[in-house]
Design a protein. Structure first.
Lengths: 810, 349
């Protein structure tokens, strides 16, 4: 809401507000809860331009297109050369005297033009920064001034030297969307009483009621509808001061009638509409609800299709306006208008909000109706506008208002404020007198209630106030938040422990960082084909009103946007990218429920390790690196070593992926190389490894650690190279050994894998290192005996042999 | 000349000669070679010792003593020479092994924390020390928790202003703020309630330098008997002083939120100009930091708490804005782009 400092000051006739400078006022309003975002000059700077009248005009002796003007600013005559084609003798213009400053840092000097001295310049509207008021092709005749104004400073005469405060009005304070509303708050700041403008109408002629009838059929949409008739008006530009004030407040001047309705709206918050009465058929107004699909051409010339429930203003034959939102093209006030029908109404806020939104017609008027207008201001507003129209456009006002009021006005509520409650919420005792003064300045009628209570009757414009706590807020903000003391919190003696899930996820994140993964935060939104069609769309969670049409799903996996971030970095030349993210992933279950999980995702591509001068080659981060990182991460945050099982996720490389399992064999996630077709789609050259782990349930409760006595004897080791058929998983080999282990076996580690000329076709060799340990020193013989038994068993059960022995074994 | 004297002369000469040879022997191998040549089974001194047998019996004891004395002396010198040679061999090896220590070390690489995590952790830690615990909640919410329970009824204009993102099917939505977690926490048990809530929130905003459809908030709630605005002012002033420094100016100015009343914005002294007024603070000297207020009675009633008995305060703040401010980050989209050149400078934080 833009507020004119001059306008506001004018509402306080004793000058208390004029004396407050705009910055001070801005600070005061901000501390009352009406934040002033900006204070700026109303219009671009104009200095040294006065009102001057052209007394005579004649041709320049040496130039066809120039006019030699004799100009007076009330103090003698001066010669000015003018290049405009529209000089009128007797007209008053903005006269830039030598030394004058115009917008754009332009300085006007005394100059000689084709041999003739020119004492300054006559200005066009754009030269004065008033582009909206006239074109650049001619000088601008200042409207609404006369000979008594000659010599007056133009900026002052037109009130251009105003300052505009941009007030951020809280959404509950519809009453502040006008100068009157801001002035009510200023009363408290300035310790002054505002004086309401006079709205007395001089009426003459036949009563309006005999000429026009008003009926409201749609009481749900329109609580009251008032009209006034003004005859004999001359439509034309409104006075310059009014145009300039509207312009500075962000509204475009139209003509004296329309400008006046807008002016009164900015003054008191009541939107008004002016019809050309001669175009209203039958001299009748009916307010009714629109029918679904009904069509109407609005002021802007567009044909609109209406919805049921929108409110229509109709004459005897057809709709003439969409109530509270926009008038119609046919009944608009124009140059030919002589009789004006002025409308002032109260429309249902929610309906106006819906209508304006549906039609895309959000305007100053519809915004005010939608947020709520003071139900008691309409009479004043319509009278004030009628009186102002007579002043700016002439004419006479027909006696009386025509009124239809199907709904009673809301009663003014009386709310009790307990001083004890006030003190308890604010944290300081506020005396009854202080609270009374604050509420009174805002327009509340305060009475002394029962013991310790104040009764406050709410003014009609404060329909946001309905509870005791609303009064608490009013008193607290007016008496100043800065006067509320600081009281330390009654803290618990011992702060409660952190949630173990959070502690655990922090541990997991630390483990990921220790494995050189950088933390990322990626978008929650993905496209339907993010996984290249390998994931069913009906299992993804769709958004009704997405930011971008493409990305209208919630990420079913965090690794997908994370992979994009990896690709982004790779494309920008990063040689080694490892990213992780702990975030929410969303899928729809088969029954349609949204399942939301907090997961930890990894994505990595590029070199395995940072570049180092000592290495001849730079191995690429591959599945084994990923699997190792996953093992470290899971064990580092849950204490158990994960297991892995083959899996068949369509978005992963069919031969390089695994399900990650917990100690009990439950799936906790997956890891693998992204399917090359998919990583290519994501703009990534080379291999991409990803993992996604559902860690949160696991990190919260770790199994207890119990000390187990261990042997202090050194371990004995034996390496075996077992030749097994291709396709035998190493885990199967290990499991086969463990199923009936040799005595004192303490551990098995796979250390080598070989296939090639030294083993037969269709077989490969797996090197396993067996560790033996006991409470005493083991002899070579007993270990060897156990191994011999093992080899014999594997040979018998599985037909596995030792490498180098297969030739003789066959 | 007695034969024993001849022997003595020879042995002295041998000793001198060996001493000279040892002085030239620079490697342990050369010293060992000399030892074998002199003291070995076929060595020079061993030969002399054998020759004692050819002496007259009366000279033999003295000759034996002489040989032993010389042998001890030579042995001592061989040992010393061996020590010297080993020393110099080691020194030589170490010298040969010297490296250019300015060449890069073999690093594994560091993983960095995301700046939003750094700031979130820092903020949460301050509130934890003040007795708050951390609570979290779902990002997909229902209208009850996100709106109704927070005193934003159906059709209220505040719902429009929130630019809510809705799911295509059902009536669920992406939470527009972390406040629904307030409701969830109060539903889960009786006061006192003291929680801080970090989390991701969503608005249907077109991304630009200061808007992102997902961003992060930290919300706080303290409900107990006898809580007033004075407690709110203390807690949040204390927080500002902990995070920004004890001298930073703070002001509370009235504001409006559906779920608090009285409501306030907390402004801090502009961190760019220190309150003098600059472009960043629109010449006001103040920067908006967070919104706060006393929990609205309707919110307490929504979770069946009697507002006559229980009162409390709540606040909410945007993590991105605080982080942008703290690190001088000009564009909110940088947080979600995850360019390593953006992330890496946060190593070790």
């Amino acid at each position: 809401m833009k507020v004119s400092h001059r306008w506001l000051a004018g509402m306080f006739p004793d000058g208390q507000v004029e004396r407050l400078d705009a910055a001070e006022l801005a600070r005061g309003l901000t501390l009352l809860g009406l934040a002033v975002d900006e204070v700026r000059p109303a219009l671009a700077g104009v200095e040294g331009v006065v009102l001057g009248k052209v007394l005579a005009a004649g041709p320049h002796p040496d130039a066809d297109r120039l006019t030699l003007c004799t100009v007076t600013a009330g103090d003698g005559e001066r010669q000015v050369v003018c290049g405009a084609p529209n000089v009128e003798v007797g007209a008053i213009y903005g006269y830039a005297t030598p030394g004058a400053r115009l917008p754009g840092d332009r300085v006007i000097e005394r100059a000689e033009i084709r041999g003739v001295v020119s004492e300054g310049m006559l200005c066009s509207a754009p030269e004065l920064g008033l582009d909206a008021l006239g074109g650049a092709e001619g000088i601008w005749r200042v409207p609404g001034v006369d000979d008594s104004d000659l010599g007056r400073d133009l900026a002052e005469a037109l009130e251009m030297d105003d300052r505009i405060l941009d007030v951020d009005v809280p959404s509950n304070r519809a009453d502040v969307l006008c100068h009157l509303g801001v002035a009510r708050e200023v009363q408290w700041l300035a310790g002054a009483r505002l004086a309401r403008q006079d709205a007395t109408v001089l009426e003459s002629g036949a009563p309006a009621a005999g000429r026009v009838g008003v009926e409201v059929a749609d009481a749900a949409g329109c609580a009251r509808y008032l009209g006034r008739l003004i005859e004999g008006v001359t439509v034309g530009p409104s006075p310059a001061w009014m145009q300039i004030r509207l312009l500075a407040l962000g509204m475009r001047p139209v003509n004296n009638v329309v400008d006046t309705t807008n002016y009164v709206m900015l003054e008191c918050g009541q939107p008004l509409h002016a019809f050309d009465f001669d175009r209203l058929a039958g001299g009748r107004i009916e307010v009714r609800a629109a029918e679904e699909g009904e069509e109407f051409v609005t002021l802007d010339g567009k044909k609109r299709s209406l919805e049921a429930g929108m409110t229509l203003i109709c004459d005897a034959e057809r709709p003439v306006a969409i109530g509270g939102v926009m008038g119609g093209l046919d009944s608009e006030v124009g140059d030919a208008t002589t009789t004006v029908f002025l409308e002032g109404a109260w429309f249902e806020p929610e309906r106006i909000a819906r209508t304006a939104r549906a039609l895309g017609l959000v305007s100053e008027a519809s915004t005010r109706f939608a947020r709520g207008v003071d139900p008691e201001v309409v009479e004043w507003a319509i009278d004030r506008a009628a009186a102002l129209i007579v002043r700016t456009a002439g004419g006479t006002v027909a006696p009386g208002r025509v009124v239809a009021e199907p709904r009673p006005r809301p009663p003014r509520e009386r709310i009790e404020l307990r001083l004890e409650r006030l003190a308890a919420l604010v944290g300081r005792g506020i005396p009854a007198e202080e609270a009374t003064a604050a509420l009174t300045s805002l327009g509340f009628d305060v009475d002394v209630g029962t013991e310790g209570r104040l009764g406050a009757t709410v003014p009609s414009w404060r329909f946001d106030v309905g509870l005791e706590v609303d009064l608490v807020e009013e008193v607290a903000r007016l008496t100043g938040y800065d006067r509320v003391p600081l009281s330390p919190l009654p803290a618990p003696p011992v702060a409660p422990p952190r949630d173990p899930r959070q502690v655990g996820m922090d541990r997991a994140a630390a483990a990921a960082r220790a494995a050189a993964f950088d933390e990322a935060r990626t978008s929650s939104f993905v496209s339907a084909d993010v996984l290249g069609g390998t994931y069913p769309v009906d299992r993804m969670v769709e958004i009704r009103n997405p930011i971008s049409k493409a990305e209208r799903f919630l990420r079913p996996f965090v690794f997908t946007p994370l992979s994009m971030a990896v690709a982004h970095n790779r494309r920008r030349g990063a040689g080694r990218v490892k990213l992780f993210e702990a975030g929410h992933a969303f899928v729809r279950s088969e029954s349609g429920e949204v399942e939301e999980r907090r997961v930890l995702a990894l994505a990595a591509s590029g070199r395995r390790e940072p570049v180092h001068w000592s290495r001849d080659e730079e191995p690429v981060y591959d599945f084994w690196d990923l699997k190792g990182d996953v093992e470290d991460l899971v064990e580092g945050s849950t204490g158990f070593r994960p297991r892995f099982a083959p899996s068949d996720r369509a978005w992963l490389h069919p031969g390089r992926q695994a399900a990650v399992l917990d100690g009990e064999g439950r799936e906790i996630g997956f890891c693998g190389e992204v399917h090359p077709r998919l990583s290519e789609r994501w703009g990534l050259e080379g291999r991409l490894q990803v993992a996604e782990l559902d860690l949160e349930p696991l990190v919260a409760e770790l199994p207890p650690v119990v000390f187990v006595e261990f042997s202090r004897e050194p371990e004995a080791e034996r390496d075996l190279a077992l030749v097994v058929p291709d396709g035998t998983p190493s885990a199967e080999v290990v499991a086969a050994i463990e199923s009936d282990p040799p005595a004192h076996l303490a551990g098995i580690e796979v250390f080598d894998r070989y296939s090639g000329r030294q083993v037969p076709e269709g077989r490969y060799s797996l090197g396993v290192r067996l560790a033996f340990r006991a409470a005493r020193t083991l002899t070579d013989e007993e270990i060897d005996r156990g191994i011999e038994r093992l080899i014999a068993r594997l040979q018998a059960e599985r037909r596995w042999t030792l490498r180098g022995e297969e030739a003789t074994g066959r | 000349m007695a034969r024993i004297d001849e022997l003595g002369d020879r042995l002295t000469a041998l000793r001198e000669e060996v001493r000279g040879r040892l002085a030239d022997a620079s490697t342990p191998e050369a010293v060992e070679e000399i030892r074998v040549q002199v003291l070995g089974k076929k060595g020079e001194l061993t030969g002399e010792a054998k020759a004692i047998g050819g002496l007259p019996p009366e000279e033999r004891p003295a000759a034996g003593q002489l040989v032993n004395r010389i042998k001890d002396a030579i042995e001592a010198e061989v040992e010393a020479a061996a020590g010297r040679a080993a020393e110099s061999a080691l020194a030589g090896r170490l010298a040969a092994e010297a490296v250019d220590v300015t060449l890069p070390g073999r690093r594994r690489g560091l993983g960095t924390r995301h700046p939003l995590t750094i700031v979130t952790d820092e903020l949460l830690e301050i509130f934890r020390r003040m007795g708050f615990t951390v609570a979290t909640g779902p990002e997909v919410e229902d209208a009850w928790h996100n709106f109704e329970a927070l005193n934003i009824p159906e059709g209220h204009p505040a719902r429009e202003e929130m630019d809510t993102i809705y799911l295509a099917t059902g009536d669920r939505l992406l939470r527009t703020h972390t406040s629904p977690v307030q409701i969830r926490v109060m539903e889960s048990g009786p006061p006192p309630v003291r929680v801080v809530v970090p989390g991701r929130v969503f608005r249907n905003d077109t991304p630009d330098a200061s808007h992102s459809p997902c961003f992060h908030q930290i919300e706080g709630l303290w409900v107990d008997e006898g809580i007033s605005m004075a407690h709110l002012k203390w807690a949040l002033t204390e927080f500002v002083h902990q995070f920004y420094g004890p001298d930073v100016g703070v002001r509370f100015r009235p504001s409006y939120f559906q779920f608090t009343e009285p409501s306030a914005e907390l402004d801090i002294e502009c961190q760019v100009c220190r309150g003098a007024g600059c472009r960043a603070c629109k010449r006001t000297g103040w920067m908006e930091l967070l919104g706060c207020g006393m929990v609205h009675p309707a919110v307490l009633e929504a979770v069946d708490l009697d507002p006559e008995r229980w009162t409390g305060f709540a606040w909410g703040m945007g993590v991105e804005r605080i982080a942008m401010n703290k690190y001088g980050i000009p564009d909110i989209r940088l947080f979600f782009e995850n360019d390593l050149r953006f992330l890496r400078p946060f190593a070790g934080r």
